[in-house]
Design a binder for this molecule. Structure first.
Ligand code: SAH
Length: 411
C-alpha cells in the first residue's frame, strides 16, 4: 500500500471522517479498562474501512469508547491509540507519542548508562505495533502492525527530529507480521546505512552488534539489568552460559570475577561474535570456551562426563509461541532446568529465564520447582528477575510482561 494520500498519513489532516466499529453488547468492558486490543469476536458490525485506517470504536448503544487503527486481516482487529474523543490521529499525534516515550527515558535508571536502549516499547508506550531501539547513533525500527506501516513516513520524520540519528534501519523481519498480512522487510529508512557491526556501550562493557542480521534488533537489550545481576554473583565461579548468543552474560560473569565461562549456542555466527566481544572486553581465550551445540544435548553430555558448574545461566529463545505449543514449551523448560540443577554444585547459582509471554511467572516458578524436585535438590529464589525498565509493562496491558526469571541458590 502506498503512503501517498492516505488519510491518516497525510500531513495536517485530521481524522474526522473515520470509520466506525461497533462492539457487541457487553464487549466494551475491556476497552473501558483501556486494554489496547479489540479482537474480531467482540465486533458486532463495522463500516467500510480501508486496512490500516483509523476507526472509532463504539459501544452497542453508539457511545464513543476509543479510537485506533484497523486491520481486517488480523485477529486483533483494532489496536487502540486513544480513549479521548477529542484526540485526533494526525502527524502531530504520532510525533507527540514518540517524544513522550523518548522523554520517559531521559533517566539512565530507565534507559542505561550506555548508549543502547529501547526508546519505544509498542503497546506499553501507547504506540501499539512499534518498536524503536537505539544503538549509539543508529535507530532500529520494527513495524509489527499495518496501522504503523501506513504512517511510517510520519514516524520516521518524527524520529529524525527527536533523535537526530546518523541513520535509521528497519528490521521488520519478524514472523508476527504474517498475522497482520505483512511481508518481512529489512531496509534503510533514513540517513546512512549502519556498518556490519556497530559498537555499543553497556555500563562498563562494550559489545559489537550486527544490526542488519542479529537477533531481535541486534542485541537482547531487555536482559541488560539481569546481566548485571549475574555479574554480581559470578565471583570465583565456573560458569555455564547456555543460549549465550553473542556472549552478553559471559562478559558480565568474567568481569564479575568468574574463573571460567563456557558459552553454548547453536549459532556459529553468534559464537563468533561472542569471541570478538570477549576479547574486546579484555578476556583472553583461556578465560572462556565457546561450544557450538544444542543445549538440550550438550547439558546431557556434560552430565555423562561428570562435569559440574558453580553458576548456570539458561536464557533460551521463546519456547511457547502459541497456546498449542505451551505444553511442549513447558516440557522444554523443565528439561533444561532439571539438567542444570543436576550440573550445579551445592551452593551453585542458577539464573533461569523464560521470554514466553504465555508462560506466566507462576507457571514458570512451578516448572522450576518441579525440575528441582525431580533433580532431588532444594533451592532458594534469591531474586525475581524481569525485563529492563526501558521495556516497561503497561498496567492495562499485562501481556506486555514477557521476560521473567529467577536467581536461585542450590542448597
Ligand atoms: N542470553 C543472550 C540472549 C539469548 S537468545 C543475551 O543476553 O544476549 C537465545 C539464543 O539461543 C540464540 O542465540 C539462539 O541461537 C540460541 N538457541 C536457540 N535454540 C538453541 C538450542 N537448542 N541450543 C543452543 N542454543 C540455542
Amino acid at each position: 500500500m502506498g503512503l501517498e494520500g492516505h488519510p491518516h498519513g497525510a500531513p495536517g489532516k485530521g481524522d474526522t471522517s473515520v470509520g466506525t466499529v461497533v462492539l457487541k453488547r457487553g464487549r466494551e468492558k475491556s476497552v473501558l479498562r483501556r486494554h489496547p486490543w479489540v479482537f474480531s469476536g467482540a465486533i458486532a458490525h463495522e463500516t467500510q474501512v480501508a486496512p490500516g485506517e483509523v476507526v472509532d470504536v463504539r459501544a452497542y448503544d453508539g457511545s464513543f469508547l476509543a479510537r485506533g487503527y484497523y486491520n481486517p486481516h488480523s485477529q486483533i482487529r483494532v489496536r487502540l491509540l486513544t480513549w479521548d474523543e477529542g484526540e485526533h490521529i494526525t502527524p502531530d499525534f504520532w510525533r507527540q507519542r514518540i517524544s513522550r516515550a523518548w522523554a520517559r527515558r531521559t533517566s539512565p535508571l530507565v534507559r542505561n548508562t550506555g548508549n543502547a536502549w529501547r526508546a519505544v516499547h509498542a503497546e506499553s508506550d501507547h504506540l501499539p505495533g512499534l518498536i524503536v531501539d537505539v544503538y549509539g547513533g543508529w535507530l532500529v525500527v520494527q513495524v509489527l502492525a499495518l496501522g504503523i506501516e501506513v504512517v511510517l513516513d510520519t514516524i520516521v520524520q518524527a524520529l529524525v527530529d527527536i533523535a537526530q540519528p546518523t541513520g535509521i534501519l528497519e528490521r521488520s523481519d519478524v514472523d508476527v507480521r504474517k498475522q497482520e498480512g505483512l511481508a518481512p522487510r529489512v531496509r534503510v529508512l533514513w540517513g546512512e546505512p549502519p556498518p556490519g557491526r556497530v559498537e555499543i556501550e553497556e555500563g562498563e562493557h562494550r559489545f559489537l552488534v550486527d544490526l542488519w542480521r542479529g537477533q531481535k534488533t541486534g542485541f537482547y537489550l531487555d536482559q541488560r539489568v539481569n546481566r548485571k545481576v549475574v555479574g554480581q554473583w559470578a565471583a570465583g565461579r565456573r560458569v555455564l552460559n547456555a543460549f549465550s548468543y553473542t556472549g552478553g552474560f559471559g562478559v558480565y560473569a568474567l568481569a564479575g570475577g568468574a574463573t571460567h565461562v563456557v558459552n553454548v549456542d547453536t549459532s556459529a555466527e553468534a559464537l563468533a561474535l561472542a569471541e570478538v566481544n570477549l576479547r574486546l572486553n579484555g578476556f583472553p581465550p583461556h578465560c572462556w570456551t565457546n561450544e557450538e551445540g544444542n543445549v538440550f544435548q550438550v547439558l546431557r553430555r556434560y552430565l555423562e562426563q561428570g562435569e559440574s558448574f558453580d553458576m548456570i545461566i539458561l536464557d533460551p529463545p521463546k519456547f511457547a509461541t502459541s497456546r498449542a505449543t505451551l505444553e511442549r514449551a513447558t516440557r522444554g523448560y523443565k528439561d533444561i532446568n532439571l539438567l542444570a540443577f543436576k550440573l550445579l554444585r551445592p551452593g551453585g547459582i542458577l539464573a533461569t529465564f523464560s521470554c514466553s509471554g504465555l508462560v506466566d511467572p507462576e507457571l514458570f516458578q512451578k516448572i522450576i520447582f518441579a525440575a528441582a524436585a525431580d533433580a532431588g535438590v532444594d533451592g532458594q529464589i534469591l531474586t525475581f528477575l524481569h525485563q529492563a525498565p526501558d521495556h516497561p509493562v503497561l498496567l492495562t496491558f499485562p501481556e506486555g510482561r514477557y521476560l521473567k526469571g529467577f536467581l536461585i541458590r542450590v542448597l
